[in-house]
Design a binder for this molecule. Structure first.
Ligand code: SDX
Length: 429
């Protein structure tokens, strides 16, 4: 079948560019030879219309609200899987056999302990430190303790161990960052606990008070981590890919991803949502007033947790999280007034022409903070929870980019600055 092409005409010039169609019938124009053949480049701030890669990990359809990992729907994975099984699926492409799953989980369990010298790094952070900054620093410090990880082209076994170590230690780092903020002693991992229970144990166990992990809380955390596991070429994943494209190591690529996620327009939104809801509550709960502010172009206020670059329909994760929030709060007997404010905002927004015309729906961050709060996780740890969930997705995307030997990322630009001009001596300025 003749290769399908797109024709670009500029002046009297015409260029044929090949079309690429993926397994879900998405079609792209491959502009790989555009500049060589025409001297032209494309311009697309925020890459809203630009594909950076061909990936087999996650498919999402923003118009239909579809999200699948390696072909499995997020609804089925959230209902039936465990976070480590989804991690394995994302990273290695298939659901693990029982033997593969046992090996993977056992390897991770036996690497949750971190070198005692990490505490020296942790002690350097004042209690006022935001846990995201502590987390990205500790992840970068992994290169110091595991220098063999610096070479991304080492053996498959070496790469496997680098992956296992960070999947194992990230919950420990996250919990220790929280303990540092609380001024409490760190809690060591326990090998007889599963992944989510171990994290909760390290977060909430105290010398003065043993913490018994509630299965409801552990199950809710498992679901939340699955819902955050990957989301194709979002801001932080694109950051991990572009840092890794220079052949920088896995750990520093992940650390860059953590920092990109921190922004309030991205993973930092879950913290910003709760702060927004608290402000609305403190302001008397007048949701219409805050809706009007969100629509006012002269007002910098945006409705955090609403809108999405890709989903122009409901974010399927938001639907699952909203139901989970109702279930978890009921099971735990928690009554949270900001949940009612959130539902009130959503109700008003879904009928408001401004939001409807712009396809602004609740995203993954709108309800997640309410569950984290009900689980006893403090607001400044919400984005850390997002990073814990997104870790296997970042790893899978970094590994795919390396295995596909993708070129170093180096976008072009259109220069709009001063044209050439002579230097002026200081005495003449
Ligand atoms: C995540 O990409 C991913 O996949 C990310 C993520 C993942 O899993 O990795 O899904 C996680 O980051 C979710 C998004 C979390 N962020 C927020 O909740 C912050 C609030 N939302 C936004 O700021 C915004 O919606 C973005 C950043 C999410 C998307 O912005 P876009 O795609 O660049 O859209 P835009 O800013 O161009 O907005 C289009 C219009 C604008 O109005 P007009 O200029 O057309 O008049 O919609 C308006 C915007 O002003 N708008 C909002 C709004 N979001 C967009 N107006 C009020 N409140 C909002 N939240």
């Amino acid at each position: 079948m003749a290769e399908e092409t797109a024709e670009i005409k500029v002046g009297d010039k015409s260029i044929e560019l090949p079309l690429i169609t993926g397994t879900e019938n998405e079609t792209a124009i491959n502009i790989g030879k555009l500049r060589a053949e025409s001297g032209l480049i494309t311009l697309d701030p925020g890459y809203k219309n630009t594909g950076a890669t061909q990936s087999a990990i996650t498919f999402l359809d923003g118009e239909k609200g579809i999200l699948r990992h390696r072909g499995y729907s997020i609804e089925e994975l959230a209902e039936n899987s465990t976070f480590l099984e989804v991690a394995y699926l994302l990273i290695y492409g298939e659901l693990p056999t029982p033997a593969e799953y046992e090996t993977f989980t056992k390897d991770i369990t036996h690497h949750t302990l971190v070198h005692e010298d990490f505490k020296k790094i942790l002690d350097g952070f004042p209690a006022s430190s935001h846990p995201m900054g502590v987390l990205s620093s500790l992840v970068t410090a992994m290169t110091a303790f595991y220098p063999e990880s610096l070479d991304p082209n080492r053996s498959k076994e070496a790469v496997y161990m680098s992956i296992v170590r960070i999947l194992a230690k990230m919950p420990t780092f996250a919990a220790w960052a929280f303990k540092n903020q609380m001024g409490h002693p760190v809690v060591y991992p326990k090998n007889n606990l599963d992944y989510c229970s171990n994290f909760l144990h390290m977060m909430f166990n105290l010398p003065s008070q043993d913490y018994d992990v509630d299965p409801v809380v552990s199950a809710a955390l498992n679901k939340l981590l699955i819902l955050h596991a990957d989301h194709e070429q979002n801001c932080s994943t694109s950051t991990v890919r572009i840092v890794g494209s220079s052949q920088a190591s896995l750990y520093v690529s992940l650390s860059a991803g953590i920092n990109a996620l921190w922004g309030p327009l991205h993973g930092g939104a879950n913290q910003a949502v709760i702060e927004m809801l608290e402000n609305i509550k403190a302001d008397g709960g007048d949701t219409q007033k805050w809706m009007d502010k969100a629509k006012d172009k002269n007002d910098p206020f945006r409705l955090m947790g609403f809108g999405h670059r890709v989903y122009k329909n409901f974010d399927p994760r938001a639907k699952i999280i909203k139901k989970a929030a109702d279930d978890v709060l009921e099971k735990l007997g928690v009554v949270d007034p900001v949940l009612d404010i959130a539902k009130g905002l959503e109700e008003v927004a879904l009928k408001d022409p401004y939001f409807v015309e712009r396809n602004l729906y609740p995203n993954v961050d709108f309800y997640s903070g309410i569950i984290y709060r009900a689980l006893g996780i403090p607001t400044e740890m919400f984005t850390v929870m997002f990073a814990l969930g997104r870790l296997p997705g970042w790893i899978a995307q970094w590994k795919e980019m390396r295995e596909n030997n993708e070129p170093i990322g180096r976008p072009r630009q259109v220069y709009v600055g001063e044209t050439e001009r002579p230097y002026v001596d200081m005495s003449k300025r």
